[in-house]
Design a binder for this molecule. Structure first.
Ligand code: BGN
Length: 400
């Protein structure tokens, strides 16, 4: 039997524990402290399943929607709004990234009630210190876009940014041109707002740590330093692909991006060279923080490997002032302010200009038969077709 004395001892112990817990809970920022202590006993990359409530998600780490549910829809008014803190208290570190098959755009919308028309957001409770536009070149990747939006919106909200997401959609079926679409994105985004930083973002790369802040540095920043497909390491020192961030001034200093890289490869290296030619250098977040998961996919139709890239890259020093933002020609076909992003569809033409002459009609049947069996050696052949370049680079995987 338990004696009266030990009963009192248990009662005091119980009250003492309650007091400590209450002291912790009653103070501002208690969740951070509680999660800090709990994380000491957990593996650093422990993940949580999505859909947990606020506290549980912070404790588990990794749910990109944690920390956001308490933000209210009503914006504080006018002058009273204080600046957001220099480091957002909503940042939680590593994010668990997975790609659930049933995700719908409507669900992404519901998860982001504070995002307004055109994919714009500003923190409801403080004045953002940074205005960041995200530029995403796009074609035939709706599925990837949905996942990117699912992760990117809360990621940026946790960083307390004033942000907007622009998807630049290449019209037609001609070979994809990532860098030219970026030039379009830059011009179109800057028409709308005085953004102080532009993030040029591949549609299939999901950031895995929200300490990788989407804010510009004093020099052009390469954010995607550690991608899963490269074993979370930089593939080579001058790599500038995936996700990069430039201020409008950086962008103009390098005359924007090249317009004439059609197909996969080399344009990101060209941009890297431009950074040096513009008298700047590349900055990067740490390998621990600049982590990205790539959504796996096959080489795109319409984005075959560009066989001219080696020659073009060798000439960047001569071409960068003549080809770039100052020569980017395109036609805007439509501009839609969708709930999660601004969708800008553009005609960027082909190597032959914005309105290339239609291809000549197919040769008569007899002529086809003659040449199909015995192609004349040295005769003028059309440039390598998409299919040929696909075959040539069958083992390559695309990262955009
Ligand atoms: C490089 C590509 C980049 C690509 C990375 C990573 C070229 C130019 C030839 C020198 N560069 O080899 O465009 O982002 O691989 O996949 O192909």
């Amino acid at each position: 039997m338990i004696s009266i004395q030990s009963k009192w001892r248990y009662l005091f112990m119980f009250l003492g524990i309650q007091l400590v817990v209450m002291a912790l809970l009653s103070r501002e920022g208690y969740q951070k402290r509680v999660s800090y202590f709990i994380r000491i006993f957990r593996k650093p990359d422990a993940t949580s399943s999505s859909g947990r409530n606020h506290t549980a998600a912070v404790i588990g780490g990794g749910d990109v929607y944690a920390n956001l549910s308490h933000l209210s829809k009503t914006h504080s008014q006018g002058d009273e709004m204080p600046y957001c803190p220099k480091t957002s208290p909503l940042i939680g570190g590593p994010i668990h990234v997975s790609f659930p098959s049933g995700l719908t755009t409507a669900q992404v919308q519901r998860k982001n009630p504070l995002v307004v028309r055109g994919g714009r957001y500003r923190p409801p409770d403080c004045a953002a210190r940074h205005r960041t536009a995200i530029i995403i070149p796009h074609r035939h990747r709706e599925h990837h876009l949905k996942f990117l939006l699912y992760y990117l919106h809360p990621f940026l909200q946790r960083q307390q940014l004033n942000y907007g997401i622009y998807v630049i959609h290449q019209a037609g079926n001609y070979t994809f041109n990532r860098a030219k679409l970026m030039n379009v994105g830059f011009r179109e985004a800057m028409k709308e707002e005085d953004w102080d930083c532009l993030f040029f973002h591949d549609v299939d790369l999901i950031p895995e740590d929200d300490r990788n802040t989407y804010v510009c540095d004093s020099n052009p920043k390469h954010a995607a330093i550690a991608m899963d497909k490269f074993g979370y390491k930089l593939p080579y020192k001058m790599y500038f692909g995936g996700v990069s961030a430039l201020t409008p001034l950086h962008y103009l200093k390098i005359n924007g991006f090249p317009n004439n890289y059609w197909g996969w490869g080399g344009e990101d290296d060209d941009i890297g060279v431009r950074v040096t030619l513009g008298g700047m250098y590349i900055t990067r977040p740490s390998v621990k923080v600049g982590r990205y998961k790539m959504i796996k996919h096959k080489l795109d139709k319409g984005n075959g490997v560009n066989p001219k890239r080696f020659n073009m890259l060798a000439k960047t020093r001569q071409t960068w002032r003549l080809d770039g933002m100052n020569t980017a020609e395109y036609e805007t076909i439509s501009r839609q302010y969708l709930p999660l992003y601004t969708n800008i569809t553009v005609n960027i033409g082909t190597e032959a200009g914005l309105h290339p002459p239609p291809p000549p009609p197919p040769p008569a049947k007899a002529a086809v038969e003659k040449t199909a069996h015995a192609p004349a050696k040295g005769s003028a052949q059309p440039p390598a077709t998409l299919e040929e370049s696909h075959a040539e680079n069958a083992s390559a995987t695309s990262d955009r």
